[in-house]
Design a protein around this ligand. Structure first.
Ligand SMILES: Cc1cc2nc3c(=O)[nH]c(=O)nc-3n(C[C@H](O)[C@H](O)[C@H](O)COP(=O)(O)OP(=O)(O)OC[C@H]3O[C@@H](n4cnc5c(N)ncnc54)[C@H](O)[C@@H]3O)c2cc1C
Length: 383
């Protein structure tokens, strides 16, 4: 078995699979290692769908990256012949001065992105399938972002991995990485049974970042949060993606909730973005459904969604890995010039996996990237 590579990517989930693909596209000899198989449900990249949008309320600096992310998702669709990204629009509502509404307006204005105000008459108009399924609280603003939509999350990961392998990358699963080190020229990666060597290492370990990146000087605390995804039965076809149903995002006084149109005509998926219990060991996370998970979701459904059963049909448990400012950390290791990492994607990273994978491949091969990732550097935590 070959143990010598030019590049090794540790963690072949959302970001690692994309990095592996972009490295393989450039013809280098690359190995991707993971404890679990392609598109598994033990980390942060599972549960059918992820929202993608451009008018980014979290920070307008993400918008150039998002433009490139959209291009790369379409390129991956062309290369694979699969539908990975569906643009169905995103309906967003909250207090006018709240983070979601004001941040979305700001990002759209600064970057000239299409964004529509939704008026109350749009709700009473029964022909408008998407909006008629929602009751917007008094005093809220409602916006519609036509370029919003969703990604088929497991298919995105599997497609990156499959195409990477077709281009010559190696992807090994069932390999738990115990440790790594670098002497500046060579990196050594030790798993339970093997030791691999390469000229450069890219670490994308998701919820396990503290284990593999904990000793990086200046790395902030990365909090892992337990999150639940809920599938509920729909009682009418107003949420159906084939009848104008769209993604949604609501900043409520008691939490932030988001969801997807119904893909199968039977159920739709929704979740709470706010909150979440700290997870000490991601391998031991509680995957049962608790009353404290369902109560806020049921309340949101009863107040906002007229035609959805408030009792969950099924659920899944996932993890956010959150930095102190909720922005990502994508950088070179300050002590090892041939080690790079992407971490702390803070519960909003998946839509960026295509572009951050490209940026990490740029960094690993060229030591720099033209993509605008400076605002995601480690240095910001030192100021
Ligand atoms: C419930 C939920 C909803 C979300 N919704 C959205 C959304 O709508 N839109 C959006 O953009 N983002 C969303 N996100 C965030 C997004 O999904 C994550 O930011 C992204 O998936 C993280 O990818 P990752 O590559 O960092 O982690 P993962 O995909 O979990 O990959 C990390 C990989 O590293 C491997 N690994 C780690 N350590 C080791 C080791 N020692 N040995 C071997 N393998 C190792 C793991 O097995 C895993 O495969 C959501 C997240 C959750 C949990």
């Amino acid at each position: 078995m070959n143990k010598q590579f030019e590049f090794i990517v540790v963690g072949a989930g959302g970001f690692g699979s994309s990095c592996l693909y972009h490295l393989a596209c450039r013809g280098v000899r690359v190995l991707g290692l993971d404890r679990f198989g392609a598109g598994h449900d033990r980390g942060s990249s599972h549960g059918d769908t992820r929202i993608i949008r451009q008018a980014y309320f979290e920070h307008p600096d993400y918008v150039p990256l998002l433009r490139r992310a959209y291009e790369l998702w379409r390129e991956l669709e062309s290369a694979s012949g699969r539908e990975l990204m569906k643009i169905c629009g995103l309906f967003l509502a909250g207090p006018p001065n709240g983070e979601a509404v004001s941040g979305t307006r700001l990002a759209a204005q600064l970057h000239g992105l299409p964004l529509d105000d939704v008026s109350l008459t749009d709700f009473s108009n029964g022909s408008d399938a998407g909006f008629s399924g929602f009751r917007v609280p008094n005093g809220f603003d409602a916006l519609f972002e036509p370029s919003g939509g969703y990604l088929h999350v497991e298919d995105c990961v599997k497609t990156h991995l499959q195409l990477a392998c077709e281009l010559g990358a190696e992807h090994r699963t069932g390999e738990a990485i115990i440790s790594w080190d670098s002497d500046g020229q060579t990196v050594r990666v030790r798993t339970e049974s093997e030791e691999y060597q390469a000229s450069a290492l890219i670490l994308t370990p998701g919820a396990w970042a503290s284990h593999l990146l904990g000793n990086v000087p200046g790395m902030p605390e990365l909090r892992v949060l337990r999150k639940t995804l809920h599938w509920h039965r729909v009682r009418s076809n107003v949420y159906d993606v084939n009848r104008g149903g769209q993604g949604f995002f609501f900043e409520m006084p008691y939490g932030v909730f988001y969801g997807f149109p119904s893909l199968d005509g039977q159920t739709l998926k929704l979740a709470e973005h706010s909150g979440g219990e700290v997870v000490n060991d991601p391998l031991e996370i509680d995957r049962s459904l608790r009353d404290s998970d369902t109560q806020p979701i049921s309340r949101f459904i009863q107040e906002v969604m007229s035609d959805v059963d408030p009792v969950a049909d099924r659920h899944s448990v996932c993890m956010y890995t959150v930095t102190p400012d909720s922005h990502f950390v994508v950088d070179r290791h300050p002590e090892h010039r041939n080690v790079f990492f992407g971490a702390g994607f803070s519960g909003h990273g998946f839509k960026f996996t295509s572009v951050i994978g490209e940026a990490l491949a740029d960094l690993a091969i060229n030591g720099k990237t033209d993509l605008s990732i400076d605002f995601l550097s480690l240095a910001r935590f030192q100021s």
